[in-house]
Design a protein around this ligand. Structure first.
Ligand code: F6R
Length: 364
């Protein structure tokens, strides 16, 4: 059952180090990635000129991270689509297209419909799913199972983190087959990936601190999550978690885009959670943090341990262990999950079964 935890969500948050370990098990060998259920040869990949990642909700957020990884590592152009939009906008799909669908349940109606449409039009379809025997896993050409174990809470946590890990491994796999990354670089990323489960545990060990921070959100009506690049993708997941289980309106914004309109909404009443891990855009993100600080917003920063700079610009900082930037989402999402969880509890919400939501969405 809940194994001593008050809610399934908290149990599942704590299962993440194990879920991460199980999902990489047997797949990282001698400095390379082995994906048994994926069979893409160099010849097949040479034909691919376009990748679509299609999913809903939290899985779509994992896809947003996947886009950057695949573009950066495998040098393929990637578009990420919400499954319920994909079919209706006339995407250009043919036998030169790789479609990646991500679905925890493997039964989401829109995702499944997108998969079928892509297959009918000749695309190669890779599925990332958590349920063996699910419709998505049976119908895709290739499958990467996430080994998160059954996820009971409506709000996805451990499935998301393993979807991110799936995207990391798929990105590396594509780069490996195509030869777009030096073997040495792949080895480095793999070494860093292997450290992630214990680093995730380190983040979980800061639970009390995050619980305390959560108390200041009880009366909040709106919150912003900001970041650039991969931090922005994780910001979206943080905002969704807060909305769905605590019913606080939250918005994720690309940090540099705020000043193009939305900054008007930022006041001392709107806490801002600022993710700043990506080193290539770090200084730019800090400039944007200063913009919201200048509007008197309370800012909670999220960055790597050892960065003493961010504390100068924000009110509180949550630290995650240092890793390579492409893997940071695997760590930064954890404090955001815990924050939502404790805000939800403090507001007396039904954490595991938020209003209006179902675990598996089988209608379009
Ligand atoms: C939010 C959440 C949903 C699902 C979405 C897709 O916490 O869980 O947004 O991610 O309904 O579900 P799957 O992954 O089963 O296709």
């Amino acid at each position: 059952e809940k194994g001593g935890y008050e809610h399934f969500m908290l149990k599942e948050i704590h299962e993440q180090p194990k879920a991460l370990r199980d999902t990489m098990l047997g797949r990282l060998k001698d400095g390379s990635v082995v994906l048994e259920e994926v069979d893409l040869t160099l010849e097949q990949l040479a034909r691919i000129n376009k990748v679509y990642i299609v999913a809903c909700g939290t899985a779509w957020h994992a896809g947003l991270v996947g886009k950057t990884l695949i573009e950066r590592w495998a040098h393929l152009p990637v578009e990420v689509d919400i499954a319920s939009e994909f079919r209706y906008r006339g995407p250009i799909i043919d036998d030169h297209t790789l479609v990646i669908v991500i679905s925890q349940s493997g039964e989401t109606a829109d995702t499944l419909a997108a998969l079928r449409e892509a297959k009918n039009r000749g695309a190669r379809v890779v599925a990332v799913t958590n349920v063996v025997g699910s419709t998505v896993s049976r119908e895709a050409h290739d499958v990467i199972f996430t080994w998160a174990g059954p996820e009971i809470a409506v709000a996805s946590t451990k499935a998301y983190i393993t979807q991110l890990e799936g995207m990391v491994m798929l990105g590396l796999y594509l780069a490996q087959v195509k030869g777009t990354l030096p073997q040495e670089k792949i080895g480095e990323i793999i070494t860093a990936l292997k450290l992630i489960p214990e680093q995730a545990q380190e983040v979980l060990n800061q639970e009390d601190l995050i619980k305390e921070l959560a108390q200041s959100f009880v009366k909040v009506e709106d919150a912003f999550f900001i970041g650039r690049s991969l931090d922005w993708a994780v910001a979206m997941e943080g905002a969704l978690k807060l909305k769905e289980i605590s019913y606080i309106h939250a918005e994720a914004y690309a940090a540099g885009e705020l000043k193009h309109g939305t900054l008007a909404l930022v006041t001392e009443e709107t806490p801002v959670i600022a993710l700043a891990t990506q080193r290539d855009v770090y200084d730019k993100t800090i400039s944007n943090v200063k913009e919201v600080k200048a509007r008197d917003a309370r800012v909670i920063g999220l960055t790597y341990k050892g960065n003493t700079n961010m504390a100068k610009s924000v009110d509180h900082v949550i630290y995650v262990p240092e890793t390579i930037d492409e893997l940071a989402p695997l760590l930064t999402v954890i404090p955001l999950q815990l924050l939502s969880y404790y805000v939800s509890v403090a507001r007396g919400c039904d954490v595991d079964k938020p209003r209006n939501l179902a675990k598996s969405v089988t209608v379009e």
